[in-house]
Design a protein. Structure first.
Length: 326
């Protein structure tokens, strides 16, 4: 793992505070594509490219929304290698379903960041929404990218899916805010903690939040009631990785997700939606975490388990809440 300082790559570690708490650096590029005259980044099919890792939950959000909206022809994709080592994300192609850099022909993702800003300082992360015409980064914040896809890019969509619908927009934003720190980032706060107190704090908050949303799903089909929204996409990418990776690798081992009846059935329902399922690559997920995080797993041994054939066992008689069968 590493970072860039004034355009120069430097091998580094995750940032932690003085008490061993993992602190995630904010993303840097926050532009958006607009369908208005004279926009800096105007809407156009084929102009924008998405750089992702199949392993990364943040990048996975963008792949799910792109798939659900039917934006595959409008936005093409490059997939990095699951190994993230001393040079960061690479475009090596010796792992199934990696693509190399389909646009700029770079060897490493950090070279794209340097191309966009020769003095860039910060983490080199996925997802990246890239403007092929201006050869620069539009945005590297997953939450903003999926919102841009679900609003402006809907003009190019082939599916009439609305993941930020009128009437619940404030609810969607509130839920995404509510799950971010204890759940989405909470697993990392636990996994990268370097003190017992920091770990205990993160794991306690994580499982309190999981219990809360498990109760919520006993009366609601989705996080914002009866509507599938961006909030569910943001929750799903963490839940999918929980038992295969976070439970063991990040020591989030109070309970498996499958031990939360409602959360588990909710995860299964989302996983079995074809536009979502085709974006899920568990081989990339397990390989990335166990192989890349040498500080947590020095021998880089990748476990065989868990067996995840239960992902095909969604019980429609146990859908949450008052909508017991559909």
């Amino acid at each position: 793992m590493g970072t860039m300082v004034d355009g120069t790559w430097r091998t580094d570690t995750w940032i932690r505070d003085n008490e061993g708490r993992f602190e995630r650096e904010p993303t840097t590029f926050h532009n958006r594509v607009r369908s208005v005259p004279d926009a800096a980044f105007p809407l156009a099919a084929g102009r924008y490219h998405l750089y992702v890792s199949y392993a990364c939950p943040w990048a996975h959000r963008t792949l799910i929304v792109r798939s659900m909206l039917g934006l595959e022809d409008a936005i093409d994709v490059s997939v990095v290698h699951p190994h993230m080592l001393e040079d960061g994300w690479s475009f090596e192609t010796d792992f199934a379903n990696t693509t190399g850099d389909q646009v700029m022909g770079k060897d490493f993702l950090r070279q794209l960041y340097a191309h966009a800003d020769s003095d860039y300082s910060g983490r080199v992360t996925v997802p990246v929404l890239w403007d092929k015409e201006r050869e620069t980064i539009v945005n590297n914040e997953s939450r903003e990218i999926i919102r841009n896809f679900g609003t402006t890019f809907r003009e190019l969509a082939t599916e009439s899916v609305d993941l930020w619908p009128d009437g619940v927009r404030d609810d969607v934003d509130e839920v995404i805010d509510a799950i971010y720190q204890p759940i989405n980032n909470g697993v990392y706060r636990a996994g990268f903690a370097t003190s017992q107190s920091a770990y205990d704090e993160a794991v306690t908050e994580l499982f309190e939040a999981l219990e809360k949303w498990n109760r919520h799903l006993s009366e609601n089909r989705y996080l914002c009631g009866d509507l599938l929204t961006e909030a569910d996409v943001c929750m799903f990418t963490t839940l999918l990785r929980f038992d295969p990776v976070y439970y063991g690798h990040f020591k989030c081992n109070l309970r498996h997700v499958y031990e939360f009846d409602n959360l588990w059935n909710y995860t299964l329902e989302l996983y079995q939606m074809p536009p979502i399922q085709k974006t899920c690559h568990l081989d990339h997920i397990k390989t990335h975490y166990y192989y890349s995080h040498e500080s947590i797993n020095p021998p880089r041994v990748i476990p065989k388990g868990p067996i995840l054939d239960r992902l095909a066992e969604h019980d429609r008689d146990r859908l949450p809440g008052h909508i017991a069968t559909r």
